[in-house]
Design a protein. Structure first.
Length: 435
């Protein structure tokens, strides 16, 4: 189980975040990929995007920051909260009772959009990653303190990770002078999916051994992964001990999803829009499934490696794998835009994301078009993780658009320029050929 523990710990250290969409770009003039947030919205020009450089976005954040995990050491380097230089009080003081973490990203492989009559068509392919984690304070306390009082009850732990290819066709159709409707149909080819949930975990110490009880389940869709087992005499199945990923194949699941939206021009200077995206999911062929047996198991805690200690907490017995359908984290948006002048507009965007880690956000923006080629946007948002501000610029030339923006500008970084403040840090950029 060590590789599983290392993977989960790496996710915790990454302190990731919310969604891969570029929210500040919702009202950004000439932003080519606005249709991914609302399929009814369309850019001003037809476009073609090249692999990777056509669009890359990533969001990192949570209700704790990397400064709760990484600390400056006396030698000038960074160390984790487990480092002996970091006192227990300092390591645990900034943590929450429930620590939420998530990492999402979108890498553009190919996209294009073109207008034909009243319709605007889009075709695109991208690699998406979605990672979520919910970790209680007690788990961090256990890793730092051990069992000071001889017993520790650990609340629910949840980790989820998915990587998949998305291939989509979208249609934005102007049905009247004021109303535009849109839809995207998406084929999803799953590459990796893993989910770990544990509840009712209790660790007690007796005669130098840990006695562990609780309920945990692990499912992993990793086509071609090889499992190493450890014998469990007297048990119905062996214990999952290690997972070899060297011979993984490409796809481990398939599915579908749709995006729906509309845009309505209430008056010449005011319009409203709404959408819901990622309605659907993927049927995963799990190659690995494990469960605790409901009994109690013991370990010797002499090891000084916290990851090994964490891995040994979960004695997961192999069970027959089966298909599982997991929905995507759907997102609903409601926007309003007021054109103050031809060059200046204001927008308000409300968003709610569903899933393991839900998120509600309200974002306001001011949008300015200068010299006919430069678009600037500044935004301020309030969400479940706090207050953040963002900005974006887009250069719109005759044959290409170049953009870069951030939904949340980091307020605190390390000497290595790693964002460490709590909340979200989201950035996006790309180069698109237009015609």
């Amino acid at each position: 189980m060590k590789k599983i523990a290392v993977t989960l710990a790496a996710l915790a250290v990454a302190i990731s975040a919310l969604a891969q969409d570029f929210e500040t770009g919702y009202f950004l003039k000439s932003y080519s990929h606005v249709y991914r947030m609302n399929p009814a919205l369309r850019p001003d020009k037809s476009f073609v995007s090249l692999p990777v450089v056509g669009g890359l976005s990533m969001t990192v954040g949570g209700n704790i920051g990397l400064d709760n995990i990484l600390y400056p050491l006396e030698n000038g380097k960074l160390g984790t909260f487990m480092h002996p230089e970091i006192t227990t009080d300092r390591a645990l003081s900034g943590l929450k009772s429930t620590n939420k973490m998530t990492l999402s990203g979108n890498t553009n492989l190919f996209s294009m959009g073109f207008k034909k009559g009243r319709a605007f068509h889009t075709i695109d392919a991208s690699i998406r990653t979605i990672n979520n984690g919910v970790v209680p304070y007690e788990l961090f306390s256990f890793m730092k303190r051990g069992l000071e009082d001889g017993r520790l009850d650990i609340p629910d732990i949840n980790f989820g990770s998915s990587i998949f290819l998305e291939v989509a066709y979208g249609l934005s159709l102007q049905v009247s002078e004021g109303l535009t409707i849109g839809a995207r149909v998406k084929y999803l080819a799953g590459m990796e999916n893993s989910f770990l949930k544990a509840k009712n975990l209790s660790v007690t110490e007796s005669n130098g051994f840990w006695s562990v009880s609780g309920d945990a389940e692990l499912s992993m869709a990793l086509d071609g992964a090889e499992i190493e087992f450890r014998e469990a005499p007297g048990q119905p199945s062996d214990i999952i001990d290690n997972i070899d990923l060297d011979d993984m194949k490409l796809f481990a699941g398939h599915g579908m999803a749709v995006d729906l939206g509309f845009d309505y021009k209430v008056s010449p200077s005011f319009r409203v829009s709404a959408s819901i995206t990622d309605l659907g999911g993927i049927s995963w062929q799990n190659d690995i499934m494990g469960k605790t047996t409901g009994g109690t198991w013991e370990y010797n805690p002499d090891s000084e490696e916290p990851l090994e200690d964490l891995a040994n907490l979960l004695e997961l017995h192999s069970v027959n794998p089966k298909n599982e359908f997991r929905t995507l984290d759907a997102t609903a948006r409601l926007g309003a835009k007021w054109d103050f002048t031809k060059s200046l507009s204001f927008g308000v965007l409300g968003k709610h994301r569903f899933g393991m880690i839900s998120l509600s956000e309200l974002r306001g923006s001011a949008n300015l078009k200068l010299l006919g080629v430069l678009s600037l946007t500044g935004s301020l948002a309030v969400n479940d993780f706090g207050v953040c501000y963002g900005g974006a610029l887009l250069l719109d030339c005759k044959v290409f658009t170049l953009y870069f923006g951030m939904d949340s500008v980091p307020t605190k970084v390390t000497p290595q320029y790693i964002p460490v403040s709590a909340g979200t840090v989201a950035m996006s950029g790309g180069l698109n050929i237009t015609f």
